[in-house]
Design a protein around this ligand. Structure first.
Ligand code: FPP
Length: 328
């Protein structure tokens, strides 16, 4: 049967609908890659999906955290500064590269868990513009590790309907890495599930400079003498154009810095810092961060009671450069 492409289907489950029929319909929608979301309050028990239906808890702590997690209030975009690979290795008297290998394992588990929870977007800071200052052998190792990761994981990323994206000055990466990244993006280009964004050769200030230059080029080429930038037009020229801004920024290894990461986009993000080093960041750590996020009161510069007034609508009120009202 030929299927028409649709953007959204509204499915209302009536209280007397058979539970198994409702579950079957949801499973079929998910199997064809539909992103199933629930309108708050629309689905009453026993049909609502619980976090533990999507992610099987491996231990009691995970089970308790999953119990606390409200799938209707998950962040739209989680961004992670993965820090502490070197220290993790050092504490074990291992070479730094062993920490990076262990870091890949942690990344794999976090990616899988976020995709299972149907998070719309996850961004991982894998290599900054400043990371070129590391010894050549370590940089070479990181590039090889990335290629190894892409080769090994891309089939399962694709099978799980995840879309792979890269942000950063990727033109300056070695040719072999660029080719593998391009293949991964091409392979997953039509996937409709979670967007997995890897920041490579990335710097937040460089991103802003690139955005302003691209905007200036556009203005000059089209003779737009009356053009004025606003928050939306700046966002549209960033590497992350079209993605929601991160609402949760996680950083491991206890450092209280944003390290030139997504400077524009994290304006309203909740920040979660854990002392644990990245290779130790497990599924339970991720769930802790998500549960903590759901306990925060997000004010966007207002006076609380944010229900019914989203970040987007709050930001819309400040569009056109009137930034004064938006400060916390
Ligand atoms: C920080 O540890 C981590 C990095 C420099 C990035 C490397 C990340 C990975 C290998 C994770 C894998 C990610 C993907 C997408 C495959 P550090 O070396 O700065 O640690 P330190 O601060 O303790 O020295």
């Amino acid at each position: 049967m030929e299927m028409a492409a649709v953007d959204a289907v509204a499915l209302r489950v009536w209280p007397r609908t058979e539970k198994s029929a409702a579950r079957e319909a949801l499973a079929e929608l998910r199997a064809v890659g539909a992103c199933v979301t629930f309108a708050a309050g629309d689905l009453s028990e026993p049909f609502s999906v619980k976090a533990s239906d999507l992610l099987k808890p491996a231990n009691r702590e995970e089970a308790e955290l999953l119990e606390q997690l409200d799938l209707r209030r998950l962040p739209q975009h989680v961004a992670i500064i993965m820090d502490g690979n070197g220290r993790w290795a050092q504490r074990r008297h291992l070479p730094r590269v062993a920490g990076h290998r262990a870091g890949v394992k942690a990344a794999r588990q976090v990616i899988e868990s976020c995709a299972r929870l149907r998070l719309p977007c996850l961004t991982l800071y894998a290599f900054s513009l400043e990371n070129w200052r590391r010894p050549l052998a370590e940089v070479d190792f990181l590039m090889r590790l990335l290629r190894e990761y892409l080769k090994r994981e891309m089939p399962s990323i694709h099978k799980n309907n995840i879309r792979f994206l890269v942000i950063g000055r990727s033109a300056q990466l070695p040719d072999a890495v660029r080719n593998d990244l391009a293949d991964a993006m091409r392979l997953t280009a039509r996937n409709t599930g979670m967007k997995l964004v890897v920041a490579l050769n990335y710097g937040g200030r460089a991103e802003l400079a690139d955005a302003f230059n691209a905007m200036l080029d556009h203005v000059r080429q089209n003779g737009l003498t009356a053009f004025r930038a606003d928050e939306q037009s700046i966002s549209d020229y960033l590497y992350t154009a079209g993605l929601p801004d991160p609402d949760l920024l996680i950083r491991t290894s206890g450092e209280m810095r944003v390290s030139n990461f997504l400077l524009w986009q994290i304006a309203y993000a909740e920040i979660y810092v854990t002392e644990d080093l990245w290779p130790d960041f497990s599924r339970a750590h991720l769930l802790r961060a998500l549960v903590d996020f759901q306990k925060r009161e997000r004010r966007y510069g207002g006076l609380g009671a944010t229900r019914g007034r989203s970040a987007t609508s709050a930001r819309a009120a400040t569009a056109g450069g009137r930034a004064d009202a938006a400060r916390d």
